[in-house]
Design a protein around this ligand. Structure first.
Ligand code: SF4
Ligand code: SF4
Length: 390
C-alpha cells in the first residue's frame, strides 16, 4: 500500500475524484489543524514510508501529530488506489506504543480496559445499572441460553446520558420477540480503544477474554447497538469469531430484517431528521472483503419514522464526528472542534433532530450541540424505533 501512494494529495480534501461529478468529502484533521502535510493522508504516508526506508526515526513529536486524527478513513475513500489508510496509521501507532512514544492520555484508558474490563476506569459492576431500570428480566448470558447475545459496549452501559441506548434496544427486542441475553457486569470491553490507539497487547488480552466468554456461552449470533463494537467484532475479531461460527449484526440490521419479514409497520413520528453515518459502521466497515458498510439499513428505518433531510456529506464521504481513534481522549479540544463543524452541517439541513447509531458519536455530537448552543436534538435511532414500534 505504501508503494502505491503516488503523493497526489487527493486525500488532502478527501474528495473522491474517481466519481463524476467528484464526491465531496473532507479530511477533518486537516480542516481543523494547521493543515500541514502530516495532518492528512499524504503526509502520514510519506512519514511511514520514510520510517520503512530508515530515513526517519519514531519520536514523541511524531506521535503528537499522528494521534491528531480520528482515523475516519475518508482518505482511503478519496484515494484512487486500493488503500486502507487507517490500517497503516494504526500499524504506525502500534510501533509508536512499542517504542514508548504512545500518548500519555491513552495509558490509563488502555490499562483500565484490561484490568477493569472497561476503558472508563469504572467498576464493571456498573454495567448492570441500565438493566435495573427495566421492568422486565433479561437473560444472563453466563448461565442462560439465548438465540442472540446483546453486546452492549462500555460507552452505552457506563455513560448515564446514553444508557437510553441499551434500554431502548432491550425494549425493541422485547417487542419483536427477540430471544437475547447480556453478560452484564461480566461483559468485557471489545478492545476498540486499544486497537485504535496502538496498544495491541491490551487489545489482544481483551479479545482473548471475549473469545473465551463467547466460546463458553455457546452463542452463535452477536448483536450490538454500538458502531465501535460492531466494527471491532465484525472485522478485528473476524478470525476468532469465524473459528466459533459466530455471526455479528448491528441492531439496525436485525430490526430491518424482522420488520420486512413480518411486514410490521412503524409509526411516523412527524419529525424531520438528518442522519450522521458513523465511520465505524460506514467507511471502516467497508475495508474488509465480505463486510458491507451500513448506509442503507439505518436510513430505511429512519425514513419510516421521520422525514430525512440529508447533510452535504453523507455515506462514504460523510464528515467524521471527531470522537474516534482516541482523539476525544488525547486531544479533546480538536475532537470538539471537528464535532462542531459536523453540527454546522446538520444545522444547514434545517432538521429538528440529528440521528445516529453509535453511542460514541452520540457523546461527541451531544457535547458539540451544547458547546454551539444549537437547537438540534441528538437522538439514537433506537429511541425512535422504540417509539415507532407498536
Ligand atoms: S494516499 Fe492515495 S490519495 Fe493520498 S496521496 Fe497517496 S495516492 Fe494520493
Ligand atoms: S483518517 Fe480522516 S482525519 Fe485522519 S488523515 Fe484520513 S481523512 Fe484525515
Amino acid at each position: 500500500m505504501l508503494l502505491q501512494c503516488i503523493g497526489c494529495g487527493d486525500c488532502r480534501e478527501a474528495t473522491d475524484y474517481t466519481e463524476d461529478p467528484p464526491k465531496w468529502g473532507v479530511c477533518v484533521a486537516r480542516e481543523n489543524t494547521s493543515g500541514f502535510e502530516p495532518f492528512f493522508g499524504r503526509g502520514k504516508m510519506q512519514i511511514i514510508r520514510s520510517l520503512w526506508q530508515g530515513k526517519l526515526e519514531l519520536s514523541k513529536d511524531m506521535a503528537e501529530v499522528i494521534y491528531q486524527c480520528p482515523t475516519c478513513n475518508a482518505c482511503a475513500e478519496a484515494c484512487a488506489y486500493d488503500m486502507d489508510n487507517v490500517m497503516i496509521y494504526e500499524a504506525l501507532r502500534a510501533e509508536l506504543v512499542d517504542a514508548g512514544y504512545g500518548l500519555e492520555a491513552h495509558v490509563p484508558m488502555n490499562k483500565a480496559m484490561v484490568e477493569l474490563l472497561n476503558p472508563y476506569q469504572r467498576d464493571n459492576k456498573q454495567k448492570t445499572a441500565w438493566i435495573e431500570k427495566l421492568d422486565f428480566k433479561i437473560k444472563d448470558a453466563s448461565t442462560e441460553q439465548a438465540e442472540y447475545l446483546y453486546f452492549v459496549g462500555c460507552t452505552a452501559a457506563l455513560t448515564p446520558e446514553i444508557q437510553t441506548v441499551p434500554i431502548n434496544t432491550a425494549k425493541i427486542f422485547r417487542k419483536l420477540g427477540v430471544d437475547f441475553s447480556v453478560f452484564g457486569e461480566k461483559e468485557v470491553c471489545c478492545g476498540s480503544v486499544g486497537k485504535r490507539t496502538g496498544d495491541l497487547t491490551g487489545f489482544n488480552t481483551v479479545a482473548i477474554k471475549n473469545y473465551e466468554l463467547f466460546k463458553k456461552s455457546g452463542v452463535k449470533k452477536i448483536i450490538t447497538s454500538c458502531a465501535g463494537c460492531y466494527r471491532t467484532l465484525k472485522t478485528d475479531y473476524s478470525d476468532y469469531l469465524e473459528d466459533l461460527g459466530i455471526e455479528v449484526l448491528h441492531t439496525v440490521e436485525l430490526v430491518r430484517n424482522i420488520l420486512n419479514e413480518r411486514n410490521i409497520q412503524l409509526k411516523h413520528l412527524g419529525l424531520t431528521a438528518t442522519y450522521h453515518d458513523p465511520c465505524h459502521t460506514g467507511r471502516n466497515s467497508g475495508m474488509k472483503e465480505g463486510v458491507n458498510p451500513l448506509y442503507e439499513e439505518p436510513r430505511e428505518l429512519l425514513s419510516k419514522t421521520a422525514d430525512i433531510i440529508e447533510m452535504k456529506t453523507i455515506k462514504q464521504n460523510a464528515k467524521c464526528c471527531g470522537a474516534g481513534g482516541g482523539l476525544k481522549k488525547g486531544f479533546p479540544d480538536l475532537a470538539l472542534e471537528i464535532s462542531k463543524s459536523r453540527i454546522l452541517e446538520a444545522e444547514e439541513t434545517g432538521a429538528e433532530i440529528l440521528v445516529s447509531i453509535c453511542p460514541f458519536c452520540y457523546r461527541n455530537l451531544f457535547d458539540a450541540i451544547k458547546a454551539s448552543n444549537s437547537s438540534l436534538k441528538m437522538v439514537d435511532l433506537t429511541e425512535l424505533l422504540d417509539q415507532a414500534l407498536p
